[in-house]
Design a protein. Structure first.
Length: 219
């Protein structure tokens, strides 16, 4: 028999559960460090972001796939790198010394200022021996919970396991055009500036992974 009780509208079937590159107003669900395997001691900072509540017709991912009783996300979600490039100790081509932890602390200061939670960061002074401990405390205490700000999200294209184009998402650099996140003066998304198109490789290039080591690290 034909059932007419649970007919899904176009918004349910056509809207992806994942965030996509663009300008979005998001809350932060979590923050974590992820090791960058091509350079020892380098990290990516990953923000788990959630877009606005899309209403009862939207069916998001489970909040906890191992405990479905927690329900589902009410908006699109996605892991977004705080920078296209990994944070690492090193030296620029012009000879300027770059320290990983100093750069991460600059990010955290901008992040906390944008979310109006700088008091939390100031209160952490002298409490942590490592940057890993500081990030872990931020994620555990979640002073950012429920605070929505604007983000510009870029992305690097890749083909996922189902054969579709997906994005390794990241926040752009600060520039004259604006900030990557905040409540004001956030840069306007541009495909030309913020999307890294996947390379079309010839058959002879298959298996050559030499570009991977350089794709996420720059000084």
């Amino acid at each position: 028999m034909i059932s007419t009780k649970d007919i899904k509208g176009n918004s349910e079937g056509g809207l992806p559960k994942n965030l996509q590159p663009g300008n979005h107003t998001c809350t932060v669900n979590g923050i974590k460090l992820e090791e960058f395997k091509f350079k020892e001691g380098a990290f990516h900072i990953i923000l788990n972001l959630e877009g606005p509540n899309l209403g009862s017709n939207f069916e998001g991912f489970f909040i906890d796939k191992n405990n479905e009783s927690k329900g589902k996300h009410k908006g699109q979600v996605g892991d977004v790198k705080a920078s296209e490039w990994a944070y690492a100790d090193g030296q620029t081509k012009s000879g300027i010394v770059v320290k990983r932890d100093d750069e991460i602390l600059k990010l955290l200061k901008n992040f906390c200022n944008a979310l109006d939670i700088n008091e939390w960061l100031v209160d952490q002074d002298g409490k942590h021996a490592t940057i890993e401990s500081l990030i872990s405390a931020l994620n555990k205490e979640k002073p950012f919970k429920g605070v929505a700000i604007d983000f510009c999200i870029g992305g690097k294209e890749y083909t996922n396991k189902n054969g579709y184009t997906a994005y390794d998402m990241f926040l752009p650099k600060y520039s004259k055009a604006g900030a990557p996140f905040g409540k004001t003066k956030v840069v306007t998304f541009s495909e030309a500036d913020h999307i890294r198109r996947k390379k079309v490789e010839s058959v002879s290039e298959f298996g050559n992974d030499s570009s991977s080591a350089n794709g996420d690290f720059e000084l």
